[in-house]
Design a protein around this ligand. Structure first.
Ligand SMILES: NC(=O)c1ccc[n+]([C@@H]2O[C@H](COP(=O)([O-])OP(=O)(O)OC[C@H]3O[C@@H](n4cnc5c(N)ncnc54)[C@H](O)[C@@H]3O)[C@@H](O)[C@H]2O)c1
Length: 320
């Protein structure tokens, strides 16, 4: 099996690559297959990463090449950046996805493709609960680019050019490392920074609610999306992954339960109207029946998400 991960130097790309490399095999259609070649492609230089621009069709074609069996297309610019730089977002998130699809189409054997979409395809005047039948109503350039990507994945699959699958990821919490340009970055910062002994402002109120998934379960979801046979997918080839609905106040309370009062004391409530306005437009309540029936699994609760961060990223140690 030859596997390509675009965005392979990014947060989820690295975690996915580590999981696949650690297992040495991947399950597709119920059968474990050994991985002979795992190629990471990204705009940033990093060890074991092929550096390039996914929106450049010749580069996309060169990296996907002829013998690729499976592509995880994670390369993207995140929400805040795509909103701030319209041309960059369109180029990477839309033209880049088209370049990946065209590279798959050019291969003699259509590869399987997992596309990382986002719940940002929903927004604005959404029903109180997002179901499998809720129309896509993106309200940002990033959401529009992800929705367009999903439609392209469905059409290239319908034509038999690729065996595509799109998974709409909830907000992934807790993201390790530094804050990024996503408007949701605070949801990770308010757990990560206090556990590292650092003071952190929270720009939204405790009543704010979000739809979340841990990195561990997000990687599980990407792998499960690859594993399922083509006929397990609806014609639209897209599902919203099951997450959990969590209030920011509940997150802070969970941090106290898991790590004690010290870390909680490092969080200060400092509302930022601009962030509050963006986050208020995001859907946080889903009924992902189809994904659950397909075998995708959410985290049990926010306490488990915080514990997973402490185990996976901090080797069990944190600043009390
Ligand atoms: N993390 C989340 O909360 C979340 C939620 C919903 C969807 N997603 C989607 O999941 C995917 C992975 O997210 P992430 O959190 O790992 O993001 P990330 O920003 O950490 O990783 C994306 C990677 O894409 C690379 N990239 C950007 N432009 C490129 C280009 N022109 N050519 C090649 N590579 C390029 C970046 O260098 C980066 O390493 C993205 O598609 C993102 O939109 C993430």
């Amino acid at each position: 099996m030859r596997i390509v991960i675009t965005g392979g130097a990014g947060f989820l790309g690295r975690q996915l690559a580590e999981r696949i490399a650690g297992a040495g095999e991947i399950v597709l259609d119920g059968r474990a297959r050994s991985v002979s070649d795992l190629v990471l492609f990204d705009a940033v230089a990093a060890p074991r990463v092929v550096t390039g621009d996914i929106a450049d069709r010749s580069q996309a074609r060169a990296v996907i090449g002829e013998g690729t069996d499976l592509v995880f297309h994670l390369a993207a610019v995140v929400s805040g950046e795509a909103e701030a730089d319209f041309d960059l977002g369109m180029r990477v998130n839309l033209d880049g996805t088209r370049a990946v699809l065209e590279a798959c189409r050019a291969a003699p054997r259509p590869p399987r493709l997992v596309f990382a979409s986002s719940i940002a395809v929903f927004g604005g005047d959404v029903p109180p609960v997002i179901t499998d039948a809720t129309p896509l109503t993106p309200q940002t350039s990033y959401g529009i680019q992800k929705a367009a990507g999903e439609l392209l994945v469905a059409d290239y699959s319908r034509k038999g050019f690729v065996d595509g699958r799109s998974v709409r990821l909830p907000t992934i919490v807790v993201r390790p490392g530094k804050p990024n340009k996503a408007a949701s970055t605070f949801a990770s910062s308010i757990i990560r920074e206090p556990l590292a002994g650092t003071e952190v402002p929270c720009p939204v109120g405790p009543e704010t609610r979000m739809w979340m998934l841990s990195p561990r379960r997000a990687v599980d979801g990407l792998l499960h999306a690859a594993a399922l046979p083509a006929d397990a997918w609806p014609p639209a080839r897209a599902v919203s992954l099951p997450g959990i609905e969590v209030g920011i106040g509940e997150m802070v309370a969970a941090l106290g339960r898991v790590a004690g009062p010290g870390p909680v004391g490092r969080i200060s409530w400092q509302p930022d109207p601009a962030i509050q306005r963006i986050v208020a437009g995001w859907p946080y309540r889903f009924e992902p029946r189809r994904a659950l029936a397909m075998g995708f699994v959410p985290d049990p609760d926010i306490d488990a998400i915080i514990r997973a961060h402490i185990d996976d990223q901090l080797d069990g140690r944190f600043a009390a």
